[in-house]
Design a protein around this ligand. Structure first.
Ligand SMILES: Nc1ncnc2c1ncn2[C@@H]1O[C@H](COP(=O)(O)OP(=O)(O)OP(=O)(O)O)[C@@H](O)[C@H]1O
Length: 363
């Protein structure tokens, strides 16, 4: 594996910057027979300062509800939301003073939308200036700030044009510049690349990553695309039916036996070539990724190993990967070599072991 892979400098700290506890959102349809939909069912989310955190899940899992509750665009039914040390839920519906504080706190949370939400009647610069107008920033200061942000997102030559004259990727860059106008500590991204082609998606993700690194900006993004998580996220959570069912840093997920997210990030396939074989998935990450463990295994135990499938990649600047290998003999014959692999710090998942035990038991 190449040792020269450029690992971007990580700015992740242990301080929590977004925390939700028991976050619950129940939508109630109007009318006496209104149906209830529980979109969030007690979500505990912990996003650390300086990380890019991805929430992934299928349509209807509750991702949009989560991100909209984090900036209080949607009022949670229960639970708390703390952003940068401030309990936002405590400010809801508590009179004009708390309302002002909530608006101020919100200006420290940038939001990027799937369909950009730009005003077509305003130029690019005027779109970026909009949040500053709302904050009461003077004309000259607004203009200087907007031009600086457009430069940061690579659009300094587009200040005077209208959104209709821009490509989708350029529109999203304007959306990002606008989201940064209030100097947020946190950027929320709601499917920011879903409306873009793959190449533009890559450039927007790269921009988010660069802003994360340069500005120490914490990014919480929701997506239904595993590739987005793989490209930019330090940590990820999987949502199903309004709950977080798995979460952690990419490394932690890869080290979790049976992690759905880990196998979705690194899918490997391949079937055993016969009954009398043991198929195992080996996950490499960190330092173990650079050692020749498979050839050591083969030499130490004098066994022939077949590689059935493999996926290697760089996630958040770190080499990670999975390999599905086949060893001769049944599981009982391979306890020692498998122990050897585990001792090397590798994550080992034995394919079909549990179903086989169940089947054996049923015989
Ligand atoms: N305003 C609303 N009123 C009633 N139900 C809603 C409302 N918004 C969302 N829901 C319901 O809440 C559940 C979660 O929706 P949400 O949009 O949060 O999921 P999602 O994971 O973002 O899905 P998608 O990727 O399709 O946007 C769904 O069953 C949805 O129908």
């Amino acid at each position: 594996m190449p040792a020269h892979t450029h690992a971007p400098h990580s700015t992740v700290t242990e301080s929590p910057v977004i925390t939700t506890t028991g976050l619950t959102k129940i939508y109630r349809a109007h009318g006496p027979r209104g149906r209830e939909v529980t979109a969030l069912d007690g979500v505990d989310l912990h996003v650390r300062e300086g990380e890019v955190y991805g929430v992934i899940g299928q349509s209807g899992a509750g991702k949009s509800s989560l991100i909209r509750c984090v900036n209080l665009l949607e009022r949670p039914t229960a639970g708390t939301v703390t952003v940068a040390g401030q309990d936002l839920t405590a400010l809801v519906g508590r009179g004009p003073r708390a309302g002002r504080e909530l608006r101020r706190a919100r200006s420290r949370i940038g939001m990027v939308f799937q369909h950009f939400n730009l005003l077509s009647s305003r130029t690019v610069q005027e779109n970026v200036e909009l949040p500053l107008e709302i904050l009461g920033v003077s004309g000259r200061e607004r203009s200087a700030k907007a031009l600086g942000l457009l430069d940061l997102v690579g659009l300094s030559d587009k200040a005077k044009v209208y959104p209709a004259q821009l490509s989708g990727g350029q529109k999203q860059r304007v959306g990002i510049a606008r989201a940064l106008a209030g100097d947020p500590k946190v950027l929320l991204s709601d499917e920011a690349t879903s409306a873009l082609d793959p190449e533009t998606t890559r450039s927007i993700l790269q921009l988010l990553r660069d802003l994360n690194r340069q500005l120490g900006l914490t990014v919480l993004l929701i997506t239904h695309e595993m590739d987005v998580v793989k490209t930019v996220c330090d940590s990820a959570a999987l949502m199903e039916n309004g709950r977080i069912v798995e979460s952690g840093t990419v490394g932690e997920l890869l080290a979790t036996p049976g992690s759905e997210l880990a196998s979705a990030l690194f899918p490997v396939s391949g079937d055993a070539s016969g009954d009398d074989r043991t198929v195992i998935d080996v996950t490499f990450h960190g330092e173990a990724a650079t050692r020749p463990v498979i050839s050591q295994l083969s030499r130490t135990y004098n066994i022939d190993i077949s590689i059935l499938g493999a996926a290697m990649d760089t996630v958040g600047g770190k080499q990670v990967g999975r390999m599905r290998i086949e060893l001769p003999g049944r599981y009982d014959d391979n306890v020692v070599p498998i122990g050897f692999l585990r001792e090397q710090g590798l994550q080992i998942d034995i394919q079909g072991q549990e179903p086989a035990l169940v089947k054996d038991g049923a015989k």
